[in-house]
Structure formats: C-alpha cells, structure tokens
Design a protein around this ligand. Structure first.
Ligand code: FES
Length: 157
C-alpha cells in the first residue's frame, strides 16, 4: 500500500506554481543535510494599501514526492498573503493541508517552510527591512535548533 494519500499524489503529479521568476523580489534555497533534497522558492511582492503582499510565487524542487507536494501546497497557502502572514506558516500546517504525512516524511515539509522563510528573508534584505529581517533570522535559528534536536532523537534521519 502506498504511504501517500490522494492529496499528496495530486500535488506531486500536478504541482502548482512550478517554475522560476527571473526578476523575483526574493529567492531562497534550502537543502536537507541527510537526504540531499533541495527546494527553491521565488517571490514577487506587491504593495497593496500599505501591505506587502505575495503576488506571485514559484518553486523548483529537486527531491522526493513529499518535497514536491509540500512545496506545491505551501505556494498555494501563501499566495495573496502578506509577508507577515506568510512568515507564520508552519511545516505542520503544510503537512496538515496535504491530509497528513508519514512521520518519516515530516522533514520534507520543513524544507518548504524554510525555503519560504529564506525567500522572504532575501526580499527583506533587498528592501532594507532590517527589523523584520532580524526576526526572520531569529526564527530560522530557533527552527534549526528544533530540527537538529529532532534529527538527533531520530538517529540522524
Ligand atoms: S526525503 Fe528528504 S525532503 Fe523528502
């Protein structure tokens, strides 16, 4: 029996928002140290009534079924959201949006969250929003520590 439900298979077979944005306002790439999978997100950000909204988002993922499916659904979840709202996205919510992931595949959803945060961080750096950039960096550090602990507990996987 396949460990993947219909939603995961759908996002893997028909990934949404695949591709690049050549003149992206923000781009972020992350990789997983154990499996070697790589996820890259591209963003366009528009000012809408004083809010910074993600008007376009694309991804390229070199990775497993779940890495592609989580990247795909994450782009749908943040398209049209403000930068601040998008930064709240957690990998558990991405996994939930796909109807749940096998435990061994939870780290794939972490890549989507991290790539999004990296792309937003890149955007903030470009526009000189040092205040929010510092928050993003601190969020990343906490997340890395949490992931490291999880990997140690699971024997390095
Ligand atoms: S197996 Fe590593 S991202 Fe999926």
């Amino acid at each position: 029996m396949s460990p993947y439900n219909d939603k995961i298979v759908d996002h893997f077979m028909h990934p949404r928002n695949v591709g690049e944005i050549p003149d992206a306002d923000g781009m972020g790439t992350v990789g997983h140290p154990s499996c070697g999978d790589i996820v890259r997100f591209y963003l366009k950000v528009e000012q809408q009534g004083g809010r910074r909204v993600i008007s376009q988002i694309r991804f390229k993922t070199f990775g497993c079924t779940t890495a592609i499916a989580t990247s795909s659904v994450a782009t749908e979840m943040v398209q049209g959201k403000t930068i601040e709202e998008a930064l709240q996205l957690k990998n558990e919510e991405v996994a939930e949006a796909l109807g749940g992931l096998p435990t061994i595949k939870m780290h794939c959803s972490v890549l989507a969250e991290d790539a999004l945060r990296a792309a937003i961080g890149d955007y903030l750096k470009k526009v000189g929003d040092d205040h929010l950039l510092e928050e993003v960096k601190s969020q990343s550090r906490k997340h890395e520590e949490k992931e490291l602990l999880t990997r140690i507990k699971s024997g390095g996987k």
